[in-house]
Design a protein around this ligand. Structure first.
Ligand SMILES: [Zn+2]
Length: 444
């Protein structure tokens, strides 16, 4: 061992602030047998980092941080940074590098070490493997994991503030964690998936998300919602073999999706998502309302405004002119009332148990909607007619993307809390990080 300036100084005297101080000082720990022993802070850190081929030479305290100086331990064999094989020969010593580690109380801990380049029999001359950090990381794996865990709950900005890092470092840590997680996550066979879209920047940019509806887990996120973009899911993420296990694909009535499923998973049953169908229906009602409003002249609108109270008043208390206004109001509203009833009648479809009855109901409903003289509803019926083979299976399958509604809301909240996501890449990384339950790198 080396000699030190001040060995065994009492701990309480150590707490007085001086600009620089050299350790070791004593820490007290209990051994496995329950005896209290003194431990050097160097030993403590070495054990915490689980160093085997490296050692801590000294610990230096400055105003900003605790600097841990490290060196190779004797002639212990180092591992190759690429294949992790033990290497006999050290090729050269590189210049000093620093890694941020978890703080000691309030003081940030920094590791300082001169990396060796080893001659690996398989890979040639490479930088050694650091047991405390990933190859190119500037923080230790312990800190990276702590940051990544917090970033699942907070915005990247908030996480950065919490750990005294900048936004960019957090972004790098999260993106690395996601890369690692995607490479190392378990890929059990998938049977039921839901394809959905989320918008970024108020509907200007779309992302496609694919969920495993059985396990309620995010599988894939892709930029855009075009055929090309979503094809990547089937080709790159799933591959031909994994596509074969797909049984049900739940999605919106969106032609590119249908085409892709028919092409890549021909055995899967397409099921159009209940919530998307209802959304189209609600839009039809809304369009009827807006159309009525547009038809009214400026004068009529002025009369119309603030007349809803007429509906609430007892009819016998109405004055003659009020009675007239009420009857106009009702007359104007008849198409809207019809639209409203149609909508309510359609919703019964979801409650049927027998496929044949459900189909009967739907066909009857479509006929009456076609006779309703409401253009938006006629268009909705056309939409239904051309997608019936993906709507009727609902009675058998009873699945919808509503199962992952919570996840969808989570994605929305990610986009709200992080107004800093100017690039889709960062947003996608954040979605994977929060929703896909990816594994984090193990601390060695
Ligand atoms: Zn190697």
């Amino acid at each position: 061992m080396k000699s030190f300036d001040c060995i065994g100084m009492p701990v309480d005297r150590e707490l007085k602030s001086t600009p620089t101080r050299l350790y070791p000082s004593m820490l007290f720990t209990k051994t496995q047998r329950g005896e209290t022993t003194e431990v050097l802070i160097e030993t403590f850190i070495r054990k915490q980092l689980r160093l085997k081929a490296h050692t801590v030479t000294r610990v230096e305290e400055t105003d900003e941080c605790m600097m841990v100086h490290m060196d190779r331990l004797g002639r212990r064999l180092l591992r190759c940074g690429v294949c992790r094989q033990r290497c006999r020969e050290v090729h050269s010593i590189r210049k000093e590098r620093e890694w941020r580690d978890l703080s000691m109380r309030k003081l940030p801990l920094k590791l300082r070490y001169r990396p060796r380049r080893v001659a690996c029999p398989r890979c040639g001359v490479r930088v050694e493997d650091f047991p405390w950090a990933e190859p190119w990381a500037r923080v230790t794996t312990a800190l990276a994991n702590a940051v990544a865990t917090l970033a699942r709950e907070l915005s990247w900005q908030g996480t950065a503030r919490e750990y005294g890092l900048n936004w960019k470092s957090v972004a790098t840590i999260v993106k690395r964690a996601v890369e690692y997680g995607l490479r190392n996550r378990a890929r059990p066979p998938v049977h039921v998936i839901g394809i959905d879209e989320v918008s970024r920047r108020k509907g200007q940019v779309y992302l496609t998300v694919v969920y495993d509806l059985e396990r309620r887990r995010l599988l894939w996120v892709g930029e855009d919602r075009t055929e090309e973009a979503v094809q990547k899911f089937f080709v790159q993420e799933m591959g031909r073999r994994r596509c074969r296990t797909l049984q049900v694909v739940c999605m919106d009535m969106w032609a590119p999706y249908v085409k892709l499923v028919r092409e890549h998973a021909p055995n899967a049953q397409i099921l159009f998502d209940r919530f998307h169908i209802v959304k189209h229906l609600n839009e039809a009602v809304d369009e009827v309302r807006r159309h009525l409003w547009r038809q009214l002249s400026f004068q009529e609108r002025a009369n119309f405004k603030g007349t809803r109270w007429l509906l609430l008043k007892n009819p016998w208390n109405l004055k003659p002119d009020q009675k007239e206004r009420l009857s106009t109001l009702v007359r104007w509203n008849t198409p809207l009332v019809r639209a409203w009833y149609l909508k309510e009648a359609f919703q019964l479809f979801w409650t049927y148990q027998q496929p044949r009855r459900a189909e009967q109901h739907l066909r009857k409903w479509m006929n009456s909607a076609m006779r309703s003289r409401l253009e938006p509803f006629k268009r909705f019926v056309h939409l239904l007619r051309s997608h019936l083979d993906g709507i009727l299976p609902w009675i058998r399958i009873r699945l919808s993307n509503g199962a992952v509604e919570g996840m969808n809301n989570k994605i929305k909240s990610i986009s709200h809390r992080s107004f800093g996501f100017r690039s889709a890449k960062n947003f996608i990384a954040a979605i994977y990080h929060c929703c896909a339950r990816l594994p984090l790198p193990a601390e060695r």
